[in-house]
Design a protein around this ligand. Structure first.
Ligand code: ADE
Length: 422
């Protein structure tokens, strides 16, 4: 008799709705679809056991289907307690036979139990969004590290954690920094986070952004995207930074730049995208206007000092889904959106499929690369090969029906030789 599949999702009754959403997203993921067709024919991942810790969304479901088509025996768990789409999780189990351990709103204990369940699958390859699986293996199951051929990492915060492990000589297997591929961060982090963060703020609060003062904390790829999209909706945007170069860039991009201590006094909506901790803290809450909204779109829920806010508060009440209102002495109200977790995935649906198409195409091809090179990759954080970036970019361009020029033989020669000058 076939072994019964183990899984933990909220409600299997949601599976049919989830399937519709997965197929809808698939319609906007043509590059991943092509890779899936290729994988189904060539089975490059045959015999592999994979555990993936990703946001369980319709887009991730299509990546999971692709890895499965390539022959991988895959288990999925959530990379954030609030980002799971419960209907998608149920559909993956019922319609695609992929075990999922993820429930939206799960507590910390369940979150870690789900990760344990994914690792009990005994993977040879892992895939992370935030490096939690890699960290779990290194800290609690280090004897299993020898089984891992490679791990893929999806996000900036995860890559930072992994590079720190490498620098401290703690890393025990090769990892591939998918986030650092141009086809990933230039589009997903900028246009994906830009749109989905604003979507999350609006779905949570229904705020009109036109004429409002939005403060974007951090001007990396995500901050650039968020600041630009907020401006596009008519907000008056201020950027705060700790990096002089990024601050100059923000200023020359036309944004107001000032220290957080100043921005705190006038902002209506604060959005953190730094990857660092406590970039909004009690000294800032004290200066904020009554009714100020604060939210985060960085990977972890540490960017806003929520324990500090709790300590200051005389009372806390939930005023609408995804908004908790903290009343401070003097009756000033600070509104925290999405419990300080990724607002784009907590209150909205994460990045749209069209941009996840590129990120997840890089994920799938990087996994194939790691397997083709098993045993040959050094134990370190690897860049995605340029050929993968180029392949994904040209397939995406084609799917967008865009054509570009190519160099003439004369131009190629000109670039190859340095002789021709004034
Ligand atoms: N990260 C941001 N948006 C996402 C999405 N839609 N699916 C998976 N991971 C994401």
């Amino acid at each position: 008799m076939a072994k019964k599949m183990k899984y933990d999702v909220k409600d299997m009754g949601l599976a049919d709705l989830g399937k519709k959403r997965i197929l809808w997203a698939d319609g906007d993921m043509p590059v991943l679809g092509l890779i899936r067709e290729q994988f189904a024919k060539q089975k490059p991942l045959k015999g592999l056991r994979m555990s993936a810790c990703l946001h369980v969304t319709a887009e991730t479901a299509n990546l999971a289907r692709t890895l499965q088509a390539g022959g991988a025996d895959l288990v999925l768990c959530a990379s954030n307690p609030l980002s799971t789409q419960d209907d998608v999780a149920a559909a993956l189990v019922k319609h695609f036979k992929i075990p999922v351990f993820a429930i939206k709103g799960e507590d910390r204990k369940t979150y870690y139990n789900h990760m344990t369940a994914a690792l009990d699958h005994k993977p040879n390859v892992t895939m992370d969004d935030g490096a939690d699986l890699v960290n779990e293996i290194h800290t609690k199951r280090s004897h299993e590290a020898k089984n891992i051929i490679a791990s893929m990492e999806e996000t900036t915060t995860g890559v930072i954690r992994l590079r720190a492990m490498e620098a401290n000589n703690r890393l025990k297997f090769p990892v591939i920094a998918v986030n650092d591929a141009d086809c990933k961060h230039m589009f997903d982090n900028r246009y994906g986070t830009g749109q989905s963060t604003i979507d999350g703020v609006i779905r949570a609060s229904d705020v009109l952004l036109a004429g409002r003062r939005v403060v974007v904390i951090g001007y990396g790829w995500c901050g650039r995207g968020v600041a630009n999209r907020a401006r596009g909706l008519g907000a008056i945007v201020t950027v705060t930074e700790i990096d002089p170069l990024k601050a100059i860039e923000a200023s020359m991009d036309g944004f107001d730049v000032c220290p957080m201590a100043q921005a705190a006094t006038f902002g209506d909506v604060f959005i953190t995208v730094t990857g660092n901790k406590h970039v909004i803290r009690p000294e800032h809450f004290r200066k904020m206007k009554d009714g100020a909204m604060v939210c985060n779109s960085g990977h972890f829920d540490v960017e806003i000092d929520i324990p500090g806010l709790k300590k200051m508060a005389r009372s806390i009440r939930n005023v609408r889904p995804f908004i908790d209102e903290y009343t401070l002495p003097g009756n000033k109200r600070i509104r925290l959106l999405g419990q300080g977790r990724l607002i784009n995935l907590a209150a909205a649906e994460g990045h749209p499929a069209s941009v996840m198409d590129m990120s997840f195409a890089v994920q799938a091809l990087s996994t194939e690369f790691a397997i083709k090179n098993r045993g040959k990759l050094d134990i370190k954080v690897h860049s995605v090969p340029r050929s993968i970036d180029e392949k994904v970019a040209s397939l995406k361009l084609k799917s967008m029906n865009l054509k570009i020029d190519s160099l003439t033989p004369d131009q190629k020669k000109y670039l190859a030789e340095s002789g021709e000058g004034t």
